[in-house]
Design a protein around this ligand. Sequence first.
Ligand code: ADP
Ligand code: MG
Length: 222
Amino acid sequence: MLIELKDINKTYQGVQPLHVLKDISLEVEKGEFLSIRGASGSGKSTLLNVLGILDNYDSGEYRLDGRLIKDLSEREAAEYRNRTIGFIFQSFNLINFKTAVENVELPLFYQGVPRRQRHELAMEYLDRLGLKDRAQHYPNQLSGGQKQRVAIARALITHPQLILADEPTGALDTVTAKEVMNLLRDINRAEQVTMVIVTHDLKVAAETDRTIHIRDGAVVFD
Ligand code: ADP
Ligand code: MG
């Protein structure tokens, strides 16, 4: 089992505390291609952030590849995250003053991989994603679909066990969205990498093997 969530609860504190994740239990096996679907505000991104060790939870247990993810220091969390997880976002989150290839290289830079080696590897991944001729382009010189493919290359380059995608097709037209979903599917099959895709879109969810439906922070259907 890659992901084991047991009775996860989280409340955003504030003037009006918001109980955003309610007793979420979920098991995901290695290699699964799964979506988490729910309306806007249902807690999908919060759940994904917990899975990605970007945010804490209040109670329950989260095990990732057998390891209990609780009360990690910032450094431990970052280290584990960089080694294990790749992220894909709706808004791509590319760095605008870096070229496509420099964006893809970035995770390897943080891992201390020498310049030449990380450049070669990044070019390889861009090539695989059909973007070799766009390597020296800046994000604002790329289409939405191309930007998302750069982001996918960046997510893959560290060989993560898990890819977490938050509305990866949310900013794309229907045709490009379908292409990106096909790409994620191919990568899931070829690399056996587990994919968890958050979406509010029924069509996107229908492309995955399994859908978890959450409503008001609770799993209502699996
Ligand atoms: P989704 O991704 O399904 O749209 P979110 O997980 O982003 O849902 O948000 C769930 C609820 O939690 C929403 O009501 C949102 O306003 C609230 N929320 C999200 N992030 C925070 C935060 N950092 N502080 C307080 N409330 C938040
Ligand atoms: Mg969201």
